[in-house]
Design a binder for this molecule. Sequence first.
Ligand SMILES: [Zn+2]
Length: 138
Amino acid sequence: MSCIFCRIVGGEIPAEVVASDLENVAFLDVQPLADGHVLVVPRAHVAAIEDLEPAAADALFRMVQRLAGPVRQALDAAGTTIGINNGGATGQTVPHVHVHIIPRWPDDGAGSVHTIFPRHTTRRLPDVATAIRRAAAA
Ligand SMILES: [Zn+2]
């Protein structure tokens, strides 16, 4: 069992666990981007969000929703940025699904999700929508 998140889930590596249930464990990121940076991980080792069982995906998002308010309140934050790096090309360094909950303050110097991207598009919206609808129906 070499996956660091599986080892945390299994209690093999200590972590600052802030919540857990039958499906998930939530703990502080050891390299936090801000105070209160929480990771929510499913107990099952699944690399990509699309590979989660539907019930596991439901439970994962329920835990994220359950913690968003407490994280904000505990850190006296103005909001939270919630995100998933899904796949190695996105910067996902641990191939075990994890949702970041990062407290935000008006003067924290970080941007929105939109600031991650240089807004590079080449295809027309209807063509892209058609392609996605076809793939989703398959
Ligand atoms: Zn794992």
